[in-house]
Ligand binder design. Sequence first.
Ligand SMILES: *[C@@H]1O[C@H](CO)[C@@H](O)[C@H](O)[C@H]1NC(C)=O
Ligand SMILES: *[C@@H]1O[C@H](CO)[C@@H](O)[C@H](O)[C@H]1NC(C)=O
Ligand SMILES: *[C@@H]1O[C@H](CO)[C@@H](O)[C@H](O)[C@H]1NC(C)=O
Ligand SMILES: *[C@@H]1O[C@H](CO)[C@@H](O)[C@H](O)[C@H]1NC(C)=O
Ligand SMILES: *[C@@H]1O[C@H](CO)[C@@H](O)[C@H](O)[C@H]1NC(C)=O
Ligand SMILES: *[C@@H]1O[C@H](CO)[C@@H](O)[C@H](O)[C@H]1NC(C)=O
Ligand SMILES: CC(=O)N[C@H]1CO[C@H](CO)[C@@H](O)[C@@H]1O
Length: 695
Amino acid sequence: MAHPLLLLSLPILLSSIPASSSFQNPADLFFPGFRSAAAGNITLSGVAEIDNHGVLHLTNVTSRLMGHAFYSSPLRFKDSPGGDVSSFSTSFVFAVVPEYPKLGGHGLAFVVSPSRDLPGALPSQYLGLLNASDIGNFSDHLFAVELDTVQDFEFGDINDNHVGIDINSLASNASAPAAYYAAGDDSTKLDLNLKSGKAIQAWIDYDSGEKVINVTIAPSSVKPKRPILSFNVDLSPVFREFMFVGFSASTGLLASSHYMMGWSFCIDGEARALEISSLPPLPGGGKKHPHTALAIGISVSSVVLAVSAVFLAVLIVRTIKNADVVEQWELETGPHRFTYQELKKATNGFKEKELLGQGGFGKVYRGTLPSSKIQVAVKRISHESKQGLREFVSEISSIGRLRHRNLVQLLGWCRKRGDLLLVYEYMANGSLDRYLFDVPKPKATLVWEQRFRIVKGVASGLLYLHEGYEQVVIHRDVKASNVLLDDELNGRLGDFGLARLYDHGSNPGTTRVVGTLGYLAPETPRTGKTSMSSDVFAFGAFLLEVACGRRPIEQEAGPEELVLVDLVWERYKEGRVLDLVDHKLTGEYNEGEVMVVLRLGLLCSNCNPMERPTMRQVVRYLDGEIDVPEVVSGPGGFACSKAGQEHGFEDFQLAYPSSSFDRMSLPSFVANRDASFASFSASPISILTGRGDSG
Ligand SMILES: *[C@@H]1O[C@H](CO)[C@@H](O)[C@H](O)[C@H]1NC(C)=O
Ligand SMILES: *[C@@H]1O[C@H](CO)[C@@H](O)[C@H](O)[C@H]1NC(C)=O
Ligand SMILES: *[C@@H]1O[C@H](CO)[C@@H](O)[C@H](O)[C@H]1NC(C)=O
Ligand SMILES: *[C@@H]1O[C@H](CO)[C@@H](O)[C@H](O)[C@H]1NC(C)=O
Ligand SMILES: *[C@@H]1O[C@H](CO)[C@@H](O)[C@H](O)[C@H]1NC(C)=O
Ligand SMILES: *[C@@H]1O[C@H](CO)[C@@H](O)[C@H](O)[C@H]1NC(C)=O
Ligand SMILES: CC(=O)N[C@H]1CO[C@H](CO)[C@@H](O)[C@@H]1O
């Protein structure tokens, strides 16, 4: 029913019609897919593209991208430049497919903007909409509804799965966790995961009379009656008379593919209904993400189960005496069981000549698989190793299913009597420590750009272990000698022999302490527990060794220079921390990046696990998305000395001081009851070195 006031204003409305119709402005857009005909009316910029099926790809999973897609013509939102914004309504169907199931990057937005290419905009947390200098400026005239899958503290994001209304800024004026109300039931709110990889429909409605904007999302084409976000705002000062409408999406160091399958938009009316089932299908058939599909649940408590499962598998495989020819595709689908003959042939009978390294629990040989000619590294776990079987089971059940470009992939395994053999991807350039340390002569020196890229890669690999997998995976032995370099010099974390899994949210089990001197978090020997923050501690030591080109603990150096983190902190306080930067870089480095790495190294080395950043934050610092805070307290500031004095280290054992790829490392070190604890200093690392003579 028309409001009397509306009837009164009818003549005015009528008089304005010729003007708008002469502009040939179709205010009723309908794109059930973006097939070639419709695509003619869409302007793409950035990496956005439309595929053969008519799906709009705003971004793929490459880092730091942005994509824009706008309706090519501006739309008239006001009758006159100073007038009120008309009501409008839009609906669209999108999908966010993250590279790793739980880590989105970064998000997408419906945008109303004075321009259709958003000049100067940045990717990552800026969503391709604005940049650091024009943010919050009223003259941007930017309105957006964001579907954000990363929590940006800078912009006060509520979580990593939310919808928000943004006006000239990315600090949302209103936001809500992604969810929807059940159809026909306004009181039951159901969670909705934006980065589920599945099609989600969104509706945005602005009522010019009520001056309210409503945002509704749902996993189907049935529009819930109640919106998830309702915000009272008069958009008239924000909009110009003519504005462009469209979408923007961006990726950061972490990335998602952002897809748009259909879109409708209408001024002064309701956007036409879209039916998900009649839209072009999601690329990849909306299949579950391969990383998810590969993942199976393993918890510490089920290790027993896993042991028996592996025995059973071994038994079954043994009885099936097939030829066992390895095809390329088999290597891509998961760990494969090799025959002993194959691996013997591959490594020339485990010749010394093929030996790549020797570590805590076995020798590593270079090999070439006879069937596929693929180069591999074969780790042979010796019969004597008590750990042998346990490590073996742990490795197969965990790392075989972990996949990330910064992890060394386990390709397969074999068991022959007491010998356990693990087959890994071959890393052409060996382990990182060979390039960093003077003793023995470094293989070659890596320039700063290479080092920084390796550090960022390892951080993202470790973040994947912590947050990207079904379970939290604690690496437990992060260090330069466990970082391997592939032929493109990408840093890859290897040696997951120490990894243990525990379910997200549950307490890490108390296990025998393993790790390497100098990388071991102070709370680990105290509590006997390893956690994500103890990995972060080791990562801090790793950062410092990469920047300074020295080991966390140097045996031969003078007593006051023994502990790298203490030394860095001393110099940092004196304002001359750059003196410690690896002299092999001959002063050629990006000072800003080096400072980020050094500061972050100090932050991660904090004695108090609560003070350390998470790997997710570490990745963001390294990516430059947020500034690393000034380090104001020393890493040992939190009464570390107590750690050692209150508890004996009786059962404390550093089992594997060197990696299997690493010939040169600190001597094996086993603590004993007789060790003197009297001379503990404030740093936990010096506590450990205090007993170094026992090793
Ligand atoms: C663009 O939109 C106009 C108006 O809706 C329509 O007539 C025209 O066919 C469209 N062009 C293409 C190439 O789809
Ligand atoms: C993503 O798109 C960019 C630009 O079109 C391209 O260079 C890159 O190779 C693509 N990445 C993937 C993983 O397809
Ligand atoms: C930010 O974007 C504006 C356009 O909105 C552009 O003029 C400016 O140069 C950009 N600033 C930077 C630092 O890129
Ligand atoms: C806002 O942007 C305008 C035009 O780009 C510029 O002249 C003005 O200085 C900016 N205001 C602020 C507060 O940055
Ligand atoms: C929306 O947020 C921006 C930036 O935080 C602020 O400048 C603006 O006043 C807010 N607008 C409304 C209507 O709340
Ligand atoms: C917005 O949502 C409220 C309910 O929260 C509803 O009363 C109102 O009609 C809606 N407005 C529009 C334009 O959808
Ligand atoms: C620095 C270095 O040794 N780079 C090598 C990494 O591996 C590739 C491929 O084997 C070599 O070409 C590089 O020289």
